[in-house]
Every structure is written in C-alpha cells, then in structure tokens.
Design a protein around this ligand. Structure first.
Ligand code: GLC
Length: 478
C-alpha cells in the first residue's frame, strides 16, 4: 500500500510529545512490512535541512493570494520524509508556539498550508491511504475529499482535548469555506474545529488504546463531541501504541552502563545505586524509589498531587518510607511548588528539565513509576517502565488500564498497581500498597519478571493499522 502520514511532528525531526514517537515508529514499521510510506510534515527552523533535497514546488491558493512552497525530501529507514518549506515554519523554532503556553496566532493558516500541500502531493503520488494525526492534520482529510482524491482517509486521535478551534472567519483566509460539519460549539460561539473536521470526513477513525476509544464516546471525556464519536462507533477503533524496543532496552540502553535482563536483575540494583548518588539521595537499596517523569500538566494529575496545604506528595514523603525523583517541565505553578517541596524534604530530587538521557537512567534505576493522569489516551512511560521492571502505579484509565495488570487482582500475572479515582487518598493508599509490596522480595521479583515479559513492540500494532487500511480500501467511502 502507498501510505502518507500527515503530522505536525515526528521523530527524529521534531517532537513535543508522544505523537512524534508514534508517527516515527509506526511509519518505520509499516515500511518494514513492505509498504510505501511517506510522512508529510513542516520543515521547522529547528530541523537541520542539509540532508533534504527538493522534491516538488507547489502553488497553493489561499485567500487573495497564491503561496509558492517547496517540498523537501529525506529518505530514512525506508520512509520518505516530505517537509514543507515555508517561512511560517522555517522562520520559527517552535512547533505550535515559542512556548507551550503561547500558540502562534496564525496556526490555522500555518496548518492549513501544511494540509493543502500534503493533499496535493498525495494526489501526485497516487497515495492510497492518507493517515492524519491529531488536530493539525484534520483539514487534510476534508481537503482530500473535496479535491476528489481516490485515496481513503484515516484520522487518529492522540488526545481528544486538543481540538484546534479557531474563529470561523479565520478559515476564509485559508480559502476554506467552513461547512457546518467543521464547526463545534453553539450559536455565536460556533468555531471551526480542526479535529472534528477530520473526524467528520474520515473513512476510518482510530485512537491509541481500546479503553480510550470507549471513554471518548461518553460525555465525561468526550470533549463535547462524544455524540459524534458514538455516531461513528462503527468505524472507530482503539489500537495500542508500541514503543521503540531498541531505544528502550535494559540489556543495551545507551544511556547507562548498568544493564540487566529479567534473568539477571543485578544491573537494576546497580542502576538504582547510581541514580541515588547522581540525584543526591541516600544510597540505600532497601528504601523504595518512586519516579515521575512527565509534562507538569493538569492532565498528568499534578493538581491532586500538589494542590493544598499539606499536599499528597508531601504526605507521601513524610515518614521517609520512600524516595522520589521527579523530572519534567511545564506549568510554572507546579514547577514552583515542586521546588518548594524539594527544599523541605531530603528524600526527593526535583529536576525541572526535559531530558531523554535522564529519563533512561531513572527508568532503569527506579522501583516504581507513578502516573496519576486524569486521563491517558495511551501513555508511553508505563510501557517503558514495565520493560525496565519498574512497576507502574497508575490511574485505571485509557491506555494505562489496557497495559497494566493490577497485582492485587492477579498476584500471579500482575505487574503494577491501579487506582480507580485520582483522589488524594486513593493515590496515597495505592502508593502505600506498592511500598508494602516492596518488602516481599519474592513477589517483587515475580512482578518484575512479568513486567519485563510484556511485548510492546510495534509489529503487532502496525499490522493492525495495515488491516484497518485494507478494510478502508475495500469498504465504502464515507
Ligand atoms: C498523546 C497522549 C498520550 C499518547 C500519545 C501518543 O500525547 O496524551 O497518551 O501516548 O499521544 O499516541
């Protein structure tokens, strides 16, 4: 099959979150399976363009003017990366804004340009499947239909909460007349909604775990369009993401020399001692070490962890039953509170950084990994944790629920700890359950072996996407 991904980010060129990992790894795997795969993306100022060469020049009609753009190409791991070169991207370092809190005011125009160029190349290259990821690529699905392309379209939701909504009049600037199906909200508040546009017109819809596929059909997590997702239930499926098992491999991790496998966990103890030293914690093999590596955002549960006088995190630190390492950047309020907590407690190390290297050593050396996400479409960190025998403690939601087996419910096959609500007391109770469990060395060993036996390689998921594509090609167009 000839498949084109359309995405605002992809590894190894640009990344703000898990979306980039997924688009990069899935494309590579689909190419391995024998497909012709291209990834259409913007050429941001932060990308080194020296290895790209010109592939096409396009003239794209916008309101009252024509934009002349270049599409640059770079072949890597069997995948053709097609990058849109235009000053609105090349002239800026950020993907959506200079910081994550200040989106560029012309994002509608920028991403419509990306989608228009992608659809034009899809037409020329006789693409059979146009696979759009998240809100920025939503208009590509609509534009492909409108241009009468013969390809089938797939829209993947990585996070329903980011919809890309804009004033209706802004769409006109990109020479798109907003149809009723592109709008959401009511009355005068009706706005163009990029993600909804993609969902309305796509032949197939996917999201990144089976549980999240169900959750978004309910009002609580449906972000106001659960009705549409229920209506589309017949073409909607949840496919769990894989992880890059070469990069995340405890037996040969490039960021640490303390390697280990489920047959010999000696290296994990060394990795723990190393990070205790590195992060200024007491070097003690008997005290359980809990890690959190995350964007410091409300979605990730930092509200219940950090809000209030004596907050959940401080209650966990008091009494000195465990150590904590926190790594992440994000909301300034949470960064500040974490720094304050770190100044009051010696059993926590707070690191306001985004670092791939630190993520690896902390995954390797920790005993537990805490994820109190309010919702989690898939989540990748719990899979990295399981692969490193670091038992996840997580909210029973979305992809977390689909990848973790609770040790209380299934002591023989379990590999983590789940709680039903992101309430302070439930988080504390569940972390305490994990800390008690830590004392039973045999049970701990068995759980780690179970965790490390999980198969999160991309192959199975890529095959599932292949069958969704085939099914779309064989089925009726919507
Ligand atoms: C989004 C979701 C996350 C998912 C990732 C990749 O970042 O919030 O749960 O793992 O996309 O699909």
């Amino acid at each position: 099959m000839n498949i084109m991904m359309v995405s605002s980010e992809t590894v190894p060129f640009s990344k703000s979150g898990g979306l980039a990992d997924v688009v990069g790894a899935l494309s590579k795997e689909l190419a391995n399976l024998g497909n012709t795969v291209s990834v259409f993306m913007p050429l941001y100022g932060s990308i080194d363009a020296s290895s790209f060469s010109e592939y096409a020049r396009l003239r794209l009609p916008m309101l009252g003017k024509t934009e002349t753009v270049r599409v640059m190409r770079h072949q890597l791991d069997g995948v053709s990366y097609l990058a849109l070169s235009h000053p609105l991207f090349t002239g800026r370092k950020g993907i959506y804004g200079d910081t994550s809190f200040a989106p560029y005011p012309d994002n509608l125009y920028r991403f419509c340009l990306m989608c228009k160029a992608a659809v034009e190349i899809a037409r020329r290259d006789k693409v059979e499947i146009l696979h759009a990821h998240d809100w920025t690529a939503g208009p590509a699905v609509y534009l492909a239909k409108e241009a009468g392309l013969r390809c089938r379209t797939v829209m993947t939701i990585h996070n329903l909460a980011y919809m890309g909504d804009f004033p209706r009049l802004d769409a006109l600037r990109a020479a798109i007349r907003p149809s009723g199906r592109m709008l959401s909200g009511s009355g005068l508040m009706r706005r163009v909604n990029f993600l909804k546009t993609g969902l309305e017109y796509a032949d197939r819809i996917t999201t990144v775990s089976p549980s999240y596929a169900k959750e978004i059909q309910e009002p609580e997590q449906g972000c106001g369009i659960d009705w549409l997702l229920r209506q589309k239930a017949g073409i909607l499926s949840g496919v769990i993401n894989g992880i890059d098992t070469d990069e995340w491999d405890p037996e040969k991790d490039a960021f640490t020399s303390a390697h280990f496998s489920s047959k010999d966990l000696g290296g994990k103890a060394r990795a723990k001692a190393e990070i205790q030293r590195q992060f200024g914690l007491d070097e003690d093999p008997d005290i359980p070490l809990v890690a959190m590596i995350s964007r410091l955002a409300e979605q990730k549960g930092f509200g219940p962890m950090l809000e209030g006088g004596q907050c959940t995190l401080e209650r966990l630190l008091e009494g000195g039953r465990c150590q904590f390492i926190v790594i992440g950047t994000g909301d300034g309020r949470y960064e500040e509170k974490l720094r304050q907590i770190a100044s009051r407690h010696r059993n926590i190390s707070v690191n306001i950084v985004f670092s791939q290297a630190l993520s690896h050593v902390v995954e390797a050396g920790s005993d537990f990994f805490l994820m109190p996400s309010k919702y989690e479409p898939c989540g990748l960190n719990q899979m990295y944790s399981l692969r490193y025998g670091t038992l996840p403690i997580a909210h029973r939601t979305g992809g977390l629920k689909d990848t973790i087996t609770d040790l209380g419910e299934d002591p023989e096959h379990g590999d983590g700890f789940l709680f039903d609500n992101v309430y302070c007391d439930e988080i504390i109770q569940t972390v305490n359950r994990a800390l008690d469990f830590y004392r039973d060395k045999d049970a701990l060993h068995r759980a780690r072996v179970n965790a490390m036996a999980c198969d999160f390689s991309w192959k199975k998921s890529a095959q599932t996407y292949e069958s969704i594509y085939k099914n779309a090609l064989g089925g009726n167009q919507t």
